[in-house]
Ligand binder design. Sequence first.
Ligand code: SF4
Ligand code: SF4
Ligand code: SF4
Length: 194
Amino acid sequence: MWKLRLARREFLAWSLAGAATAITYGLWPRDSGASPLLRPPGAQDEEDFVSRCLRCQECVRACMTGCLEPAGREFGAGKIWTPRFNPSLAKCEFELCGRACARACPVGAIRRPGDEEVRIGTASVDRKKCIAWNEGKDCLVCYERCSYGAIEPDSRGRPRVKSKRCTGCGACQNTCVTCPDPAIVVYPIKGDRS
Ligand code: SF4
Ligand code: SF4
Ligand code: SF4
């Protein structure tokens, strides 16, 4: 596994610089409650990502939709300041922006665009919160907003996620009518990111 060889002093300098710019740009981590920890599109596997990341916030500043933010304390001290994708802020437009976050990252913590398929996570519907499932109401806003054909209504107009098609872009979560407590939420593909 690739290891970032930075002197401790240099790492601390980057971290302090990241903290200073985060304060300057109003990026101080917020408590996101129970929201899952998602990473920018193309991020390395979690352990590798966390070990490479300098907490510099270059990816957060480069993001064109404003969907990235520094992780807060709720994910553990070792992950504070690392960038997270929060669909409640905005959807991720990785196909339109050309992965600006990856291009901005100085250490390859986010892989540069290539031929690989990008998947940030997979959406899941909480049937107790969804008004189509729980109250039998017409809705399907999530279905209308999904650009990947990853949501299919059943015969009673209730959304079902086709996980193989879902990229985790977050458009459904961002626009669910039950926001700010969305009935559809993107979860990491790997279980170690929650
Ligand atoms: S992922 Fe890269 S650009 Fe983003 S904070 Fe970490 S080192 Fe900086
Ligand atoms: S996360 Fe994106 S691709 Fe997945 S179901 Fe929601 S809108 Fe569709
Ligand atoms: S937008 Fe939200 S409440 Fe409406 S059908 Fe989709 S998941 Fe259910």
